[in-house]
Design a protein around this ligand. Structure first.
Ligand code: PMP
Length: 444
């Protein structure tokens, strides 16, 4: 075996440079809300592997379910036959679907694949080709998903032309409308829906649009919950025009926002929903969930994939659904969320460094702090050229030096909080204190 001290250098030499990282140290272990590194650090983890390990690293019940499944069947190959965990997972999730009409399931490996599957279903079910996506959206890095991604140019740089037939509407985020954070939600929603009307009158007739795709909480674009009135407005436009509504719950699903799915806050019915990440707490598994009528006419063989619906990943998913219930995860999210918002709102309003904070936003344990920023569009009136540069990256780095992994997001100066959903009061408070100290040290 390799000497541990050389691992990081080995990785830097032999791993594709297209992969970015928070640290060059190598992870040796993950347990609950903590990660151990080969340089001896024991890190509090507010990233959850980008919103994946919702139940903490190596949740014993999930790991045991996977280990047991490993001794029975690893690879079932869904194009040869169903296997038990594939179906058990559907049985577990049927009762928690945001709408009972979501009753046709298909398991895949990654969120990107699920998004592409949703697009495929929408195109085949409607016989139309065009897709409308949101400014700031992130739907993945494979070619089809990349064509729907609008959060940062880095994801598609050098890869154009992308999948054609994709149109973009500004998500109701104040930056997108050149307005301050204090703008009433209703005003932002009105403007975004107006843009959608224009798009459907000037750029593509609704008769050519298969679907509108939207994250219920914009993730990589800045952690911005979609206002319920916006989702309702989209639902209306879809209903009037025979367009399907694809709700991407890859990052916001499985309790992350305090409901099983974030779409529940609006009561809006998705036609197709994509899930991944928290679905199996770290085992590669995603899903495309649709109304049965939409998938009934698909030809057998049009969907498929070698590892799609892997038996070990599905068994882990079944265990996750059980833990969600047994450990009352949604209740913990609601309690911890109040503590987190309490802390961050207080930091913004009642401390000296708070003047650097433009907005605290989010739902449940999917929360963001946006700093006043010298970056972004030169035409954005909210950009403050004299604000401290690269604040978010520097705060993230300082947090790491103090024992906390925390991520940035979007093209703006945003830090995102995505701790495990079962994080303790003490660990949450510990991370918050590190964050506040880091902000103070960096802006000084
Ligand atoms: N959709 C959303 C909302 C996501 O957050 C992500 C991943 N960050 C994806 C799709 C793509 O998922 P994956 O990385 O598993 O392909």
């Amino acid at each position: 075996t390799m000497a541990t001290s050389s691992l990081s250098e080995f990785g830097q030499k032999y791993v594709n440079k297209g992969l970015g990282r928070l640290t060059e140290a190598v992870i040796t272990k993950g347990q609950g809300s903590y990660i151990d590194l080969d340089d001896g650090r024991h890190m509090l983890d507010f990233t959850s592997g980008i919103g994946v390990t919702n139940l903490g690293h190596c949740h014993p019940k999930v790991s045991k379910a996977a280990a047991d499944q490993c001794m029975n069947l690893v690879h079932g190959q869904c194009s040869i036959a169903f296997h038990g965990p594939y179906l058990e997972l559907i049985e577990k999730l049927l009762p928690v679907m945001p709408d009972p009409s979501l009753n046709s399931f298909y398991w895949w490996n990654s969120g990107s694949e699920a998004v592409e599957g949703a697009v495929k279903i929408a195109r085949l079910a409607t016989g139309r080709q065009n897709i409308i996506t949101m400014q700031g959206a992130y739907h993945g890095r494979t070619f089809g998903a990349m064509a729907l991604t609008r959060s940062k140019t880095i994801y598609s740089e050098g890869c154009h032309p992308l999948m054609p037939g994709v149109f973009t509407v500004a998500f109701p985020y104040w930056h997108h409308h050149n307005l301050p954070p204090s703008t009433p939600e209703a005003e932002l929603v009105k403007r975004s829906l107006y843009q959608l009307d224009l798009l459907l009158a000037q750029q593509t007739t609704p008769n050519d649009v298969a679907a509108i795709i939207i994250e219920t909480v914009i993730g990589e674009g800045g952690y911005i919950p979609a206002p319920p009135s916006f989702l309702k407005g989209l639902r209306d436009v879809c209903d009037k025009n025979g367009i399907l509504l694809i709700i991407d719950e890859v990052q916001s699903g499985f309790g992350r926002t305090g409901k099983y799915f974030a779409i529940e806050y609006s009561g809006v019915r998705p036609d197709i929903m994509t899930v991944a990440k928290g679905l199996a707490n770290g085992f590669p598994l995603s899903g495309v969930i649709a109304r049965r009528e939409l998938t009934d006419t698909l030809k057998a063989g049009s969907m498929g994939g070698t590892y799609a619906g892997n038996a070990v990943a599905c068994a882990a998913g079944v265990a996750c659904a059980e833990v969600m219930k047994e450990e009352k995860i949604l209740e913990n999210v609601q309690v911890r969320s109040k503590e987190l918002f309490g802390f961050l709102n207080d930091l913004q309003k009642n401390t000296v460094v708070g003047s650097n904070i433009l907005e605290v936003r989010g739902q449940g344990l999917m929360v963001a702090v946006e700093f006043a920023s010298p970056t972004g569009s030169a035409h954005d009136p909210m950009i403050k050229p004299d604000a401290p540069a690269n604040l978010a990256k520097r705060v993230s780095k300082r947090c790491q030096e103090k024992g906390l992994f925390i991520l940035t997001t979007s093209i703006y100066e945003v830090i995102r909080f995505i701790p495990a959903l079962n994080i303790t009061k003490e660990d949450l408070a510990k991370g918050c204190k590190i964050f506040a100290d880091a902000v103070e040290e960096v802006v000084k």
